[in-house]
Design a protein around this ligand. Structure first.
Ligand code: HC0
Ligand code: SF4
Length: 576
């Protein structure tokens, strides 16, 4: 152990610890901007750019200040974190950043959520010194999902670390040199012309508004207020355990009932649950799995509900497009059913139905616009709002979310089981599918519905589920870097799985790029996961094939799972 003092407090820490980490273990806060340390099992990812110079501290005997995020502790070191010299240097670093930064904080998408803004406030910056030349680049809104505004880039490289090290997508790196440098795609291509998956993990860690989501709020307000439109909304499984954070509720608060009430108060004509469509997805996906097992089809089957994952395998593994399930995602299945079965039952022209989704995910915006996910030239889903955008709508409407009474979703497309709730976390989709496949293949009741061997937050996991004589070997990965490892293993013929679940975001949808900012605190993701499993236990029905409204849909409209009509409406194909 290394012994040192920080602000006269003695401490012993392991060799290799940085001053920043040692100070944090003493409860001493040193401000940072570029630093990022995501501790989460295999996601122990550190952004070590040390570019912002905000964490400067003094070390006795050293003539120059040092950066606490990169400087390793040594025996007998005396560190002072808040000397006038250190604070002046920090303030100067922030003032230099501000000298080349837009000053439109009041209109900025990150207003009150921006790390640079907070630093300027905490350090008492009152004056922008060195007002000189400013960079001036165009915003890129080409993708309809992610907005890139290089003028707000502070070169912290957090997005780059996320995109390249965690997601292994390689989209972002430094463009240009010297004063003109910012982080973006090679040759400053439009985002739509890159292999970006729109996972939004770069957005999730950007400290400013250099990367944000496309804002669709005003379009949704316009539709809600159009008397000629029937506007229905669906909310994804992971929203209910995270949206409360936007209203100062603790991470892991379950707000399903408040969510239903809030949607009604905003004025949607009908309020539904993507969980209904997740149950529907399981009936299709479990049927596809059983079909592949019984008819010698391609195995392993890969889940296909995560749109960033779909973008990833289409771009990076075009030779393996026969492996993923052909099921559309629950969000898209919901839209397809809303504009056919629901329209018919309600006697409304599908052209007059607007489907809005509230999703934890930025890639869902791009998914909704995919041309093959439309029916009779109507998009299955019209608008996608992230959890954060939804929170902003509630604030605009002065809805005090935390104190709302509990409500319920509407009927026909609103019932859900515990199996669909767990879609929101890594491992949940495949656990839900296994619950149903077990009962279908054995004809017996699955008593132990919680398949804990599939749970956890390790980046790559595997577990076996015994189904009669069949031992189903299941692989799970979350984070696209882990997905790549698993796909490479299959490609090399070294992994023997029958079914694989992949989610692009660390933690699954609970860690989606559109969720409330967690500022790198992975404990928040863990709390959301605990809440998801609790919500599953809160349900009386916990298997998708017990969902009566889904069974009614098959009875009255679709025929049998994996049948002709189901194929027409609920399945898709992939584009290399
Ligand atoms: Fe997910 Fe989904 S579980 S991708 O993570 O399958 O976004 O929450 O809505 O579609 O249901 C996201 C979350 C969904 C879909 C569902 C799946
Ligand atoms: Fe990379 Fe994902 Fe950001 Fe695209 S959305 S640039 S793939 S981190």
């Amino acid at each position: 152990m290394i012994k040192l003092t920080i602000n006269d407090s003695p401490i012993a820490v392991p060799k290799g610890t940085t001053i920043l980490e040692a100070a944090r273990s003493l409860g001493i806060h040193i401000p940072t901007l570029c630093h990022m340390n995501l501790h989460m099992d295999q996601f122990g990812v550190v952004n070590q750019a040390s570019s912002c110079r905000v964490c400067m501290v003094e070390v006795k005997g050293r003539p120059a200040l040092v950066t606490a995020c990169s400087e390793k502790v040594t025996d007998g070191m005396h560190v002072s974190t808040h000397t006038p010299r250190a604070i002046t240097a920090r303030r100067m670093s922030v003032e230099l950043l501000l000298s080349n930064h837009p000053k439109d904080c009041l209109m900025c998408p990150k207003n009150l959520e921006c790390d640079l803004q907070k630093l300027a406030a905490d350090l008492g910056v009152r004056d922008i010194k060195w007002a000189g030349e400013r960079i001036d680049f165009e915003k890129d809104e080409s993708s309809g999902a992610i907005v890139k505004d290089p003028n707000k880039c502070v070169m912290c490289r957090r997005c780059e670390t996320m995109c390249n090290e965690v997601q292994t997508c390689g989209i972002l790196s430094a463009v240009n040199r010297g004063f003109d440098t910012f982080v973006g795609p090679a040759f400053n291509l439009d985002m739509k012309d890159t292999s970006c998956t729109y996972c939004g993990q770069c957005v999730a860690v950007c400290p400013t508004a250099a990367l944000t989501e496309n804002n669709d709020i005003h379009k949704v307000w316009r539709e809600i207020n159009n008397p000629n439109k029937h506007v229905i909304v669906q909310v994804a499984p992971a929203i209910r355990v995270a949206v409360g954070e936007l209203f100062d509720m603790p991470p892991g608060s379950i707000s399903t009932g408040k969510l239903a009430t809030s949607l009604k108060r905003l004025g949607f004509d009908a309020v539904y649950d993507t969980d209904f469509a997740a149950d529907l997805t399981i009936l299709e996906e479990a049927s596809e799995l059983v079909h592949r097992i019984q008819h010698g089809g391609t195995l392993p089957i890969l889940t296909s509900c995560c749109p960033a994952w779909v973008q990833f395998f289409e771009h990076q593994y075009p030779d393996m497009l026969d492996i993923p399930s052909t099921c559309k995602s629950p969000q898209i299945m919901f839209g397809a059913i809303a504009k056919t079965y629901y329209a018919e039952k309600k006697g409304i022209d599908p052209k007059d139905i607007v489907v809005v989704s509230v999703m934890p995910c930025i890639a869902k915006k791009a998914e909704a616009k995919r041309t093959e996910l439309s029916h009779h030239e109507l998009q299955n889903v019209d608008y996608v709002l992230t959890t954060r955008e939804y929170g902003l709508m509630l604030k605009e409407a002065c809805i005090d979310f935390a104190n709302l009474p509990e409500g319920d979703f509407d009927h026909m497309l609103g019932e859900s089981t515990g199996a669909s709730v767990i879609f929101g976390t890594t491992g949940g989709v495949i656990e839900a599918a296994a619950r149903t496949a077990y009962e279908w293949l054995t004809g017996e009741t699955l008593e132990q519905v919680e398949l804990t061997q599939l749970r956890g937050l390790d980046g790559i996991r595997s577990g076996k589920v015994q189904i009669g004589d069949l031992e189903l070997n299941i692989g799970i990965a979350h984070g696209l870097g882990n997905a790549r490892k698993l796909l490479d293993c299959i490609k090399a013929g070294e992994c023997n799985f029958q079914a694989i679940e992949i989610m692009a975001c660390p933690g699954g949808c609970i860690g989606g790029g559109g969720q409330p900012y967690h500022h790198g605190d992975m404990e928040i993701i863990r709390q959301r996961q605990i809440a998801i499993y609790q919500e599953d236990r809160n349900k009386t029905k916990r298997k998708s094939h017990e969902n009566q409204e889904v069974l009614d849909l098959y009875d009255k409209y679709l025929g049998k799972p994996y049948g002709e009509k189901a194929h027409e409406l609920l399945h898709t194909h992939y584009v290399p």
